[in-house]
Design a protein around this ligand. Sequence first.
Ligand code: C5P
Length: 245
Amino acid sequence: MAAAALADTPTRTDPRLIVPLDFPTVDEAREAIARLGDAVSFYKVGLELLATDGMALARELKRSGKQVFLDWKLHDIPTTVQKAAAALTGAGCDFLTVHGEPQVMAAAVRGRGASSLKILAVTVLTSLADADLEEMGYAETARALVERRIHQAIAAGCDGVVASPHEAALARALGGRDFLVVTPGVRPDWSAKNDQARAATPLDALKAGASHIVCGRPITAANDPHAAALRIVAEMKQAGTSFPA
Ligand code: C5P
């Protein structure tokens, strides 16, 4: 399919569903977006696309009425993070990730200023096990560090965290009702697990306290991505709870 300009489409999806655009080129991402049409209203643009034309695609998505999660995972000295976050407000996107260190989180919150860009902290990368943290000089387990950093994210003024479904209840309990809890590692029970070993279903992630779920390959690699997205949306409706989008 040729990469078409993104059309304005009425939304009949669930704004709690975020689909990551994990593609090597912007043209492939555009094709996926075109196939998903009105079934998806919220997209995540991550490092792979940001390394090429991802910000241009993000602006394009915003112009077409979609919500956009910029998964930059910023991590630098405070001045640089503050300036980068301030610069990123110009794209009018919705979510921005930063690493969950107190200086970094506080700088990003200063940088976004009065804009509506929500700052999400990545507490501890899920690729890091307790032994990796010990090797890096941390005296805490991953779970304890996640809890510490959720507290620090709240103190820094972050709007939420990225958490595994297994940490969603903790993040919800600590952050309260309006805290954003965005969970990747989500798999419907009818789809392949891929490399998500400890996946939860979309419904279970929402019931645990997620405000948003990130679900990629069960949708983007399906024979009919539009139908797969709507099937997940239908399952999500059963959770009944709606946290702020
Ligand atoms: O295709 P899939 O649903 O596994 O995609 C999940 C997305 O969430 C990817 O963009 C991946 O980088 C991201 N992610 C993740 N696990 C984490 C954090 C982020 O899968 N712990």
